[in-house]
Ligand binder design. Structure first.
Ligand code: FAD
Length: 384
């Protein structure tokens, strides 16, 4: 991370960055990442190493066994994971940020106390299952149904593109408990992936091969009543609650990933000779590095500004949404420029083709660029 600036970071945040990168360099060398990518395998050892060093406790309150990290601490941490490996970052996000976030804020104490200590110890993986074949951006348009059955629920429906469901122990599933009531009929229920009636099938995708998306089929699956998060029909505000944090950390991922693309391309350009000169000496190539720097810097500035606003308790919706847009779109632009700099060596095998594939997801997942522009425009009082 040669150009990584830590202006405005505390000493502790610099330590977070250095320690986690040092750990990943040891336990997850780039040669191992290439093997995992080819095998479409989960980066289990690296995830366990993060757990062993206490990183899974980062965002939780001390009373829950956590380290009480701020939003900026989390952005620094996720940026470093995003720099090193998209897949280990996804493993962390699905379990700790999405799954753990629901346990921390919305689960009944009985469920939270049963799962959270295991999650922090690296012994319990989670995933979130909202998207359906007929309903993605329109998260309230789902059809999966939960009906009361004694002291619990029976769930039937289908989910799609669910990251890391194939390695998860628990899914947080969005369901309709009152199908005629739109958003007011939506609930969230924790589902044990080993429960009878759950079938999970990994899907093939352009990138994210070490954090695979899955189809999830739910056929009359039983979940006890205490697995309901919040109130019945009260799931929509719970979905909305974590959006700022999610957008911030997706922005941090994009910023870190863009820096990695830049570093890989720079290493190449310094050494590659064409027509008797290092290609970095050609202005057409050097200007691409200036562009990559500008795009990466903008991604980082927007990310850490949004983190500061969240930590200051400000209304940060515009800031986190803007940061997610800038960082994920810039990340893809940087990946494209970096690949151009590397020519065939970027496109065929090697790290760059993987970085390029990973970078394409950012503007699609976690609120597409179109939906997020809708969010910004809706808050700009455009109509008189
Ligand atoms: C690799 C991967 C991993 C994923 N992981 C998960 C996961 O773990 N859990 C989960 O629940 N989901 C997951 N998703 C789903 C992801 O959140 C959705 O793909 C995303 O929300 C978009 O939904 P969609 O694919 O159904 O597209 P659609 O909603 O059908 O949208 C298609 C296109 O239309 C545009 N569009 C839709 N509505 C509007 C509108 N009102 N205005 C303007 N444009 C619009 C969209 O921006 C998009 O370009 C994942 C997806 C992928 C690809």
């Amino acid at each position: 991370m040669t150009d990584y600036k830590t202006f405005g970071f505390t000493d502790e945040q610099v330590m977070i960055r250095d320690n986690v990168l040092g750990l990943l360099q040891r336990v997850l060398p780039q040669s191992r990442i290439a093997e995992l990518d080819a095998a479409q395998a989960d980066p289990t050892e690296a995830f366990q190493a993060l757990a062993a060093d206490g990183w899974l406790a980062l965002p939780f309150a001390e009373a829950l066994g956590g380290a009480n990290a701020s939003n900026k601490d989390m952005a620094v941490f996720i940026e470093a994971l995003g720099y090193w490996h998209y897949g280990v970052r996804s493993a962390y996000m699905t379990t700790v940020i999405y799954g753990g976030g629901h346990l921390k804020h919305h689960a009944r104490p009985e469920l939270r106390d049963a799962l959270l200590p295991k999650l922090i110890a690296g012994e319990h993986r989670m995933a979130i299952a909202y998207t359906e074949p007929e309903s993605g951006s329109d998260a309230a348009g789902i059809r999966t149904r939960a009906v009361r059955d004694g002291d619990g629920y029976r769930i039937t429906g289908q989910k799609v593109y669910i990251t890391n469901a194939h390695v998860a122990d628990t899914l947080i599933v969005s369901v309709k408990t009152d199908p005629g009531a739109g958003r007011r009929g939506l609930s969230l229920i924790a589902v044990d992936t080993k429960a009878e009636g759950v079938t999970i099938k990994p899907m093939n995708s352009l990138g994210t091969r070490t954090s695979r998306p899955n189809e999830v089929f739910l056929d009359n699956v039983y979940a006890p009543a205490h697995h309901l998060l919040g109130e019945e029909n009260g799931g929509w505000p719970l979905l909305m609650r974590g959006l700022n944090e999610e957008r911030l950390l997706l922005a941090a991922t994009g910023a870190g990933h863009a820096m990695r693309c830049l570093d890989v391309a720079r290493e190449f350009a310094r050494n590659r000779v064409a027509f008797g000169r290092k290609i970095a000496e050609y202005q057409a190539v050097a200007h691409k590095f200036a562009d990559m720097h500008m795009l990466t810097e903008a991604a980082r500035l927007a990310t850490f500004h949004a983190a500061d606003m969240l930590d200051a308790g400000e209304d940060a919706v515009m800031a986190t949404t803007t940061a997610k847009l800038i960082a994920t779109e810039n990340n893809y632009k940087v990946a494209d420029l970096a690949m151009q700099v590397m020519g065939g060596a970027g496109y065929v095998e090697g790290e760059m083709q993987r970085l390029f594939r990973e970078a394409r997801l950012g503007p699609i997942g976690g609120g597409s660029s179109e939906i997020l522009r809708n969010v910004l425009a809706a808050r700009m009082a455009l109509s008189a």
